[in-house]
Ligand binder design. Structure first.
Ligand SMILES: [Zn+2]
Length: 373
């Protein structure tokens, strides 16, 4: 990852590039700032420039062997420590799987948060921490000689999750740092951190992203049909949140389109369109279908609410526009049956039944229900 690929944080970048150019890289740095402020991407870009064989004036070259190794997350002098769940034995036993998950996450996009990492680990509601195993791993990785003869870099993600064993281990290394070693401690807060660790690091404060930077980022990842203004406003400078808003909107728009297609073809009794719908919908896959049926239940509920109360819950403007015409077809005579049909289909999908058969069956049931007086 090159600096030029990371959006925003210009003054932080300038500061770090200056450190490299003047050969005054402080050996322990803390990147402190809110979620979604590009701390990890910038740490990686910093590491890449430091390890680069032909750096330019203000970035890594992106082409040398070292840059390629960093870009593929296989550089032998770039190490990561990340929070985990479970007992020490589990952490040790499962380490290679978890490390693979970590690297996959980085390769996909180094802009992720605690939630996403916890999901990738399958940690459920268990709290993540950096424990004894992770602390030992830090020492082990740094005891090796640098492969390239240059820097050894250790990026510790979410240092505030270190338990006291891990923190004391790190403190010992920071007190007598091995030569040419750089620690980057990524952090969202320092309330529970050892003051002795804080005092040994140079803190760089990352502000939240500016609105114009969030807008630039969203424009680069979206197909332009979404409401970017709304996402910028709701994200409050958090790029991860901004991405979630856009992704959520894209998904909702897709589900609405599929829901309209389903209801329209059933209402017009157009068997060709009904079969087309089953065909297309079955491609959503198991998880996609389960989410879609949850969405369909929501839309059925919205239809009923708008009939009886003449007001809507919180549908988007596109949904409201559809409901205005459609709601009258959902009434006391059919709502129960449509509800139980949708639930039934979810149940079958969960149990991995053939989706095409089930979805086709559903279209005929809904057709019957919509035509009940
Ligand atoms: Zn390079």
């Amino acid at each position: 990852m090159q600096f030029k690929e990371v959006i925003g944080q210009d003054s932080i970048k300038t500061h770090l590039i200056q450190e490299i150019k003047s050969n005054r890289v402080s050996h322990a740095q803390m990147f402190l700032g809110p979620t979604g402020s590009n701390k990890l991407p910038i740490a990686i870009a910093f590491a890449q420039m430091l390890l680069c064989e032909n750096p330019t004036e203000n970035d890594s070259c992106g082409a040398c062997a070292s840059c390629q190794q960093v870009q593929n997350y296989v550089h032998p002098d770039l190490h990561f420590a990340f929070p985990n769940h479970g007992g020490e034995k589990d952490r040790e036993k499962d380490h290679s799987n978890r490390e693979r998950a970590w690297l996959d996450n980085l390769r996909e996009d180094p802009l992720f948060d605690y939630e996403k990492w916890s999901q990738a680990l399958g940690a459920g509601n268990k709290l993540l921490s950096l424990g004894r195993f992770e602390g030992n791993n830090i020492s082990k990785n740094l005891s090796l000689k640098s492969f390239s003869g240059g820097y050894k870099i250790m990026i510790i993600w979410l240092q505030e999750l270190m338990n006291s064993t891990c923190a004391n281990n790190l403190l010992k290394i920071l007190e007598e740092p091995p030569e040419k070693t750089l620690f980057i401690l990524i952090s969202e807060n320092t309330e529970n951190s050892l003051p002795t660790i804080i005092s040994r690091t140079q803190i760089l404060h990352f502000p939240k992203l500016k609105d114009e930077d969030v807008r630039e980022y969203l424009t680069s990842i979206s197909d332009g049909s979404e409401n970017i203004d709304e996402a910028v406003r709701r994200s409050n400078g958090n790029l991860i949140e901004a991405r979630e808003v856009i992704k959520g909107n894209e998904r909702k728009a897709y589900f609405l389109e599929k829901f309209v297609h389903l209801m329209r073809s059933c209402y017009t009794k157009d068997v060709g369109l009904m079969l087309d719908w089953s065909d297309e919908a079955s491609k959503m896959g198991r998880e996609g279908l389960l989410d879609f049926f949850e969405y369909s239940l929501y839309m059925t509920r919205q239809s009923l609410i708008s009939n009886y109360q003449n007001q809507l819950g919180s549908p988007s403007s596109d949904e409201a526009q559809f409901l205005e015409k459609f709601a009258r077809f959902i009434n006391g005579n059919n709502v129960q049956n449509i509800y139980s049909e949708l639930n039934q289909v979810s149940y079958y999908i969960q149990r991995n039944c053939n989706p095409k058969i089930i979805l086709t069956g559903l279209t005929f049931q809904i057709m019957r229900e919509l035509h009940k007086a």
